[in-house]
Design a protein around this ligand. Structure first.
Ligand code: DQA
Length: 153
């Protein structure tokens, strides 16, 4: 059975392409998602994407993923820096997660340097723009492949 990947985008990422283009570039969320869908197909993965501006909706989506999704690629956007409920949701479902940020959050304002999500994630990719999501997808595939091998008797 194909491994299932869920890509979750947090608040204001629906505005990519028009929002602070000096920081986030010109790629739209639609373009990022369709590239990920194409690559997932090539890698033999099933991929679904979800965006919301609402913390509760993101918590609901993470909870729904329990038992149905093998890996989450998550850009929590501003919630990165203050959402205890998103971190708790990730810790509750125990699905492996890679945190992605388009910008380098360590080169910006001080408040962006701290991620409440990072302790609930396997790792973090930031500062590479949309490429970060594609690298996360490849990392997810390798991780899940390794997992499958480890399951073998
Ligand atoms: C972001 C970085 C966050 O600090 C910010 O609030 C965002 C986007 C990024 O992808 O670089 O909305 O997660």
């Amino acid at each position: 059975m194909k491994k299932r990947i869920l890509v979750i985008h947090g608040p204001n990422l629906n505005l990519l392409g028009q929002r602070e283009t000096d920081v986030y570039g010109y790629a739209t969320l639609e373009a990022i998602d369709s590239e990920l869908l194409r690559e997932a197909g090539e890698l033999g993965l099933e991929l679904e994407t979800f965006q919301s501006n609402h913390e509760g909706a993101l918590v609901d989506r993470i909870q729904e993923a329990s038992g149905k999704v093998d890996f989450i690629i998550f850009n929590p956007a501003a919630f990165t820096h203050y959402s205890v409920s998103l971190r708790d949701a990730l810790q509750a479902v125990k699905i492996p997660v890679i945190e992605v940020h388009l910008s380098n959050i360590y080169r910006r304002e001080d408040f962006r340097r701290h991620s409440l999500i990072a302790p609930a994630a396997l790792g973090q990719i930031c500062g590479l723009g949309p490429l970060g999501y594609r690298l996360a997808l490849r990392a997810a595939r390798e991780y899940l492949e390794r997992d499958k091998e480890a399951d073998r008797p």
